[in-house]
Design a protein around this ligand. Sequence first.
Ligand SMILES: *Cc1c(COP(=O)(O)O)cnc(C)c1O
Length: 628
Amino acid sequence: MKDNIAERSWVEIDLAAYSQNLQLLRERLLPGQCFMQIVKADAYGHGAKEIAEAAQKQGAVYLGVANLEEGKLLRIQGSGAPILILSPSLKSEIPLIIKYGLSPAISDLSFAKALFRAAKKAGEKIKVHLKLDTGMHRSGIALDEAPEIYKQIKAMPDLEIEGIFSHFASAENDQEFTDQQEHGFREFIQSLQEAPRYVHISNSAGLLNHYGKFCNLVRLGIASFGVTTTFNEDLPLEPVMTFKSAISQIKKINAKESVGYEREWIAPRDGRYGIIPVGYADGYDFLLSNRSRVLVQGQLCPVIGRISMDMITVDLTDLEEAQPGDEVTLLGNKSEALRAEKLAALYGGSAYELLCQVGRRAKRYYRINDRIHHSAPLARRDFVSSDFGDSKLNQIISSALTQRLESSEIGEMIYREILRTFFYNKDRDIHYRKDFCHDISFQGSPISGYYRAETSLRYRKVLRSDSFIIACAASDEILRGFFLNPNVEYRWLLDAKLSLSEESFAVNKVKVGGIDLKTRVERGEGFLLIHCSHPRLSRMINREIDFEIITTTLYSKSLHQFSVFISDLTKGIDISFSYPKELSHVEPVSIFSGQEKNPLIHRGEQMIRISTKADEWIFPLSGVVFTY
Ligand SMILES: *Cc1c(COP(=O)(O)O)cnc(C)c1O
């Protein structure tokens, strides 16, 4: 990947390893037990959104987050799963907890009362989980107060006690204490007339050390991410996260010269060392100085000298083949020495912490086996899109454009500012198309009442994944769904009278970055999906490349209009419509929002062309309707 990934460092998340870990863990559940996937702290750095989605596919009945913000972010990213906020919430957070349909943990009566009042006012029933302190002595209701508080909360009609839980302090290695915690919890649960829907106490270590057999829910965190510790040595868990970078420079060093701050490493012999653009600011812990190793060309090379804020140095003397640009693995992968737990052990740290902090500046790439199917920008982790929602965006754009009418200077300034904020900050991962060229040609067809429509679509854009879909819908409703699916690159609405088949909608060619893609047609109720992919595409991810899609389909003569929609943000368009002689009165009606409301119209013989300047932005929901 070294030639293609532009980042200084990146994180790969192996979703196949995650699924495999979960399969192993699920085998340890007792009949009737289900699991909650803990996705707090951005799923221990793995990406809460992606892990939440994968967890649900594996049957997770609940997601666990640390606080309101994390839950809110998941909701905004589209998760409809039940979400438990594990830590105590603040009273000031109650309105948003209700708004986003999150279940708070309740650790004291005063919060429960405030929540009850808010729930009553909102006219909603809120699901809560009571948190009992069975000995960890962090949050939670003390066991001796639990019966009374339980009674009072039970009497609040707008709160539903959906769960009761507790948390082990030391399920991995203190059996006596853990037994005691479990005992206290069980006694309380058994004292209840009716148990709530969910009773849970075990984290990963609790499950694997056979605690909580009377519970019906288990909260899985660290083990699902493939970290092995003393309590799960017998499980072949695979690390899900890999942290990578590349050698940026290689230098010579003479014996007795030192490398880095405080001259903590002195060369024992003449040799070579490499510089890797990752430091403690990237989460590569300072305490790994002079201790850890990294993998280059399959060989472990010692980290020499102190870890700097943005750089580390590695001894390459024994690896003559190493070259600048070589991929470097710092954590994870299949190398035993680079597992999070092994690295953390080098400095007496915690694998939990290491996973959370590593790759703080890095983008995440999601793979399933050898395929990268998705990448997530860093900003995903704290950028709440609803704080900058579509409608707000449109408001800003339209008011900026209105401003322009009043004062071109101010309008221009605001407009540029918006563009800069959105499009030049690459971390935002704004998708847009460039040099968009769409040619549509209507011709006679053997099917009466229909034209044969040849469409050719060309544009440039940054490739985000190694596969995408071309979708043909038989109804508006299904088409709308395709507009919401980011994996759909091109959509077509087929006349309802035609049957969906490759005769009525054929993809003749899909060429991306000069490669003819492989296509596979999937037929569904009311739609055709053409899956387009090629193994070589994975090497072009994050590069700007050419797309070309050519289709043949049928278009009803009686509709008297044909529309081209601009569904993505686009820079520079050129749309042409060629038609047969029998159509003598073709008129284009363009609806453009962007820098210029009125694009150029050029009429030729039996053809109309609509275009803008190449560097002009056109916003989504623009388009042109050709009437005939
Ligand atoms: C983080 C957390 C877990 C998950 O613990 P692991 O050891 O990672 O499995 C479970 N329950 C609660 C309350 C937590 O905060």
